[in-house]
Design a protein around this ligand. Structure first.
Ligand code: ZN
Ligand code: ZN
Length: 304
């Protein structure tokens, strides 16, 4: 089992490297910086810390006690199926569920509070999909992994399914100019999902599919015009900090007012970008200083 997790992790890291390269060579939006706004929040807090903690809660404190109490997995309802059939079965059934739950989140004001964080990034890229409210992950991953364990699936189905989720999640958010033609009716990709993150009214209630685009085409929510969006993210102000994003989902507040009222919060919010800049300058090699430009050259440029 441990070697399966090693293999899936290696595949995931390889996929991240490929997607980052493709983003550089075939960008959907040109000029999107690698260390874009919210990069460290998404990588450190959402991808590593939140995922790690929620994984423990979901598996050890929700699914396992449920199985110990009712012993569903001992019925071995899907145990005899070939592993690939099990994976396909859970892939399609969960994707069908997530289409409808996602659609509900966009229509229900309370559920929207668990989903708006996912739409808050204005620079959507391979990492943007990781920004999901803790409650959203708690609901969706419990509903995703509980049936796999309770129906007695092969233990490798969990890491395989988790890998497919991560690979596809990275792909649909990637800033890659994919043109998949007729395949777009079947497999979801950046073409439709980058539109889903657009700050354009016409797509606020469209493109809910995650992996299989046919749900959108089947249920009349597909939106794929021949041009690209002009802006992304939410049309209203949304906090940039992980913790404030979660507080904001429970109680709306004015971030500027809070900063004024609580100096400690102001210091904390100022320290974060500073830390990000420090790490960025450490990671990025310093560019050599540009040679001085003669005054004459400068004035001729200004005249053009
Ligand atoms: Zn959405
Ligand atoms: Zn998304």
């Amino acid at each position: 089992m441990q070697h399966v997790e090693l293999i899936t992790t290696a595949i995931l890291l390889g996929w991240v490297a490929v997607v980052i390269m493709l983003e550089r060579f075939f960008p959907y939006r040109k000029g999107l910086p690698f260390f874009r706004e919210g990069f460290w929040t998404d990588l450190v807090l959402y991808t590593f810390v939140q995922s790690f903690l929620l994984k423990i809660i979901i598996f050890d404190y929700l699914i396992l006690p449920l199985d110990q109490r009712f012993e569903f997995s001992k019925l071995h309802l899907v145990t005899g199926w070939p592993v690939w059939v099990q994976v396909l079965f859970f892939l399609i059934t969960h994707d069908f569920y997530i289409y409808w739950f996602h659609r509900w989140q966009h229509h229900n004001p309370v559920l929207w509070r668990t989903h708006e964080a996912h739409h808050s990034g204005k620079q959507v890229d391979w990492l943007a999909g990781s920004r999901s409210h803790a409650v959203e992950i708690l609901i969706n991953q419990t509903i995703e992994f509980a049936p796999i364990i309770l129906l007695g699936a092969d233990p490798v189905v969990v890491p395989i399914k988790a890998l497919i989720d991560a690979v596809w999640g990275i792909y649909i958010h990637a800033n890659i100019d994919v043109r998949s033609g007729r395949l777009q009716y079947f497999f979801n990709g950046p073409e439709m999902h980058l539109w889903h993150h657009a700050d354009h009214k016409e797509v606020f209630h469209a493109n809910f599919s995650t992996k299989f685009a046919f749900w959108d085409w089947l249920f009349g929510t597909a939106y794929l015009p021949g041009h690209k969006p002009l802006k992304w993210g939410l049309y209203y102000d949304f906090p940039k900090d992980y913790f404030l994003q979660h507080v904001f989902s429970v109680k709306r507040f004015d971030e500027r007012g809070l900063r004024r009222r609580y100096p400690a919060l102001r210091r904390y919010l100022l320290a974060l970008p500073l830390l990000g800049r420090r790490v960025r300058s450490f990671v990025k090699p310093r560019r050599a200083a540009a040679p001085p430009v003669p005054a004459a050259a400068n004035s001729s440029k200004a005249a053009v």
